[in-house]
Ligand binder design. Structure first.
Ligand code: 3UK
Length: 526
């Protein structure tokens, strides 16, 4: 086999990673483990009971790659995946890459019309889906403008994709590629507009696994990673697949919908050393911990991303479980976390310090860098950022500028190098001419013992001036009332600047959220 290696040495290049001229990333993540003697080690523990070794993984990746080759796909063809967190996700994803196709992992919580858009937008050669999602994928396939040449359910129908995998040869030479070639896509939702196919290259998963996974989080071969965030999400793709694969560790996969009880059961039974969640799940888990105890003794670190982790959740989790949650910010475009808290360097209520291998700048409206302590728009640079958006040169041009990626987030850098999140550019409010962060008000509200979740949006008052409006989800057993509104206002007055007080309180059963748990404030604004 030709050399597909990557060497890790910070003295060799600025980012410390040097790729062989011919580099297909499937070799580094899958085949390398056979040479390193891990063939019999367990790489995947599915909560269904299924276990997969590195040896079986390498074989199944070859077979899945051959199954796609046998369909007659052309090099570079997109393979859309609506696949649950299970071993076949790994097989199809890396099988496609090894064979020279481009897997596109789609959010499995989407609806038929979203899939119709993505099938047409990607002009894909094949669609592979788990039977759990057939109800949305099949109507989508019936409605597309141009039918993909191939669509298979993994596990039901006359010919299943699993049976094609079984029939595939277990020998597959890696397709020629370079570290910078297109490798896989993820769709980035964004708060407005249609989803954008975000194109990543072969090197990107290596960069995130090394610089965040190893250098920042300290993942080792002995770790057991459990991500409540799903593999289709860039966050979950790293946590639950590429980090364990990079170091030769083990992943625990849970195919269902993560809820406090099933994630707790998984932690107790599979004893992960690293647990990855999102803030809303941590908050719901804290509530569930009121009536249940959980054995967290296996866990070294909890990790949070996707939205800012309120200091209050961080503190209560620490008190309740004794564990530190490491908050970090990442994005689909950057592939994983580029600013993060870490061992010995944790500041609650911040996103942490720069991850090695990445640079950041915070700029004002005139593109000038702002001084320490002042807020501005965050741009980042690093070896894992997306190459471009598919079929969207305008968005590519406004988001990816001279090698810098516009994150769309407003940040402050403090004197100690910690980055403090102030909200999305598009969610920020100007109240009385002053920038006002919805996140700060929400963080204050959820400190209140009766509040489970809160969202703040701007609403025009009778003078057409924007003021903060609160949407509140109460803890179970709490009743909305005018008295409670006053109680919450009094709570806000204790610590918030006057202009930040919410002028209206609405009690809701739930908040509109993206599949990845981010509050959709734009839905509350409309
Ligand atoms: C927001 C955060 C404050 C922020 C992601 C880790 O979330 C991920 O990717 P998305 O493309 O969203 C990106 C946007 O989400 N955000 C994410 N994490 C934080 N805001 N604190 C945080 N810790 O607005 C960012 O621009 O869905 C997270 C790894 C990979 C990811 N794709």
């Amino acid at each position: 086999m030709r050399d597909h290696s990557v060497s890790v040495d910070t003295s060799q290049s600025p980012t410390g990673l040097t790729f062989a001229p011919n580099f297909n990333v499937a070799v580094s993540f899958i085949d390398r483990h056979l040479d390193e003697g891990r063939a019999d080690k367990t790489v995947i523990r599915n909560t269904t009971g299924e276990e997969v070794t590195f040896g079986t993984l390498a074989t199944m990746v070859n077979k899945a790659g051959n199954a796609l080759v046998n369909l007659g796909l052309n090099k570079g063809d997109r393979v859309l995946m609506m696949i649950k967190d299970a071993p076949e996700f790994y097989y199809v994803f890396f099988g496609a890459i090894k064979a020279g196709f481009v897997p596109v992992a789609l959010n499995t919580l989407l609806r038929a019309k979203d899939y119709t858009f993505m099938i047409d937008d990607s002009a894909c050669g094949a669609v592979i889906y788990s039977s759990e999602f057939a109800e949305e994928v099949e109507p989508a396939l019936a409605n597309v403008k141009t039918k993909p040449a191939h669509a298979y359910c993994t596990d039901s129908g006359d010919t299943t994709f699993n049976s094609l995998i079984e029939a595939g040869s277990d020998q597959l030479p890696p397709a020629d590629a370079t570290a910078k070639d297109d490798c896989f896509w993820l769709y980035s939702s964004g708060s407005t507009g249609t989803p954008k196919g975000t194109v990543h290259s072969h090197q990107d998963m290596v960069v995130t696994s090394q610089h965040y996974g190893v250098d920042t989080l300290g993942v080792t071969e002995d770790d057991v990673c459990f991500s409540a965030a799903k593999l289709f999400f860039a966050y979950g793709l790293g946590n639950g697949m590429t980090f364990p694969l990079w170091v030769g560790a083990t992943a625990v996969l849970f195919p269902g919908r993560p809820m406090p009880d099933n994630t707790f059961d998984t932690i107790e039974k599979f004893k992960p050393t690293l647990y990855f969640g999102v803030p809303t799940l941590y908050a719901a888990q804290l509530q569930a911990l009121e009536s249940r105890t959980v054995d967290f003794s296996s866990v070294r670190w909890c990790v949070s991303a996707g939205e800012a982790l309120p200091a209050d959740v961080f503190n209560r989790w620490k008190i309740k479980t004794g564990l530190t949650i490491l908050d970090g910010i990442g994005s689909t475009e950057a592939l994983h976390i580029f600013i993060s808290n870490r061992d010995g360097k944790v500041k609650a209520g911040t996103s942490g310090l720069m991850v090695p291998g990445y640079e950041a700048k915070i700029i004002d409206e005139n593109d000038k860098e702002v001084p320490v302590g002042e807020s501005g728009r965050l741009f980042i640079k690093g070896g894992s950022t997306a190459k471009y958006y598919w079929n969207n040169p305008e968005k590519t041009a406004t988001t990816m500028v001279d090698g810098w990626l516009s994150t769309g987030d407003t940040y402050i850098l403090d004197e100690e190098g910690y980055f403090v999140y102030c909200g999305r550019d598009d969610d920020m409010l100007k109240v009385g001419g002053i920038w006002c962060s919805p996140f700060e008000i929400e963080a204050k509200l959820i400190e209140h013992p009766k509040v489970l979740e809160a969202a703040i949006v701007g609403r025009a008052d009778d003078q057409d001036l924007i003021k903060p409006e609160a949407f509140i989800v109460l803890n179970e057993g709490e009743e909305p009332s005018d008295e409670l509104k006053n109680e919450l206002l009094t709570h806000c007055k204790d610590g918030l600047a006057r202009y930040k007080y919410p002028r209206w309180f609405n009690f809701e059963q739930e908040l509109p959220k993206t599949a990845t748990g981010k509050i959709q404030r734009f839905k509350l604004r409309s």
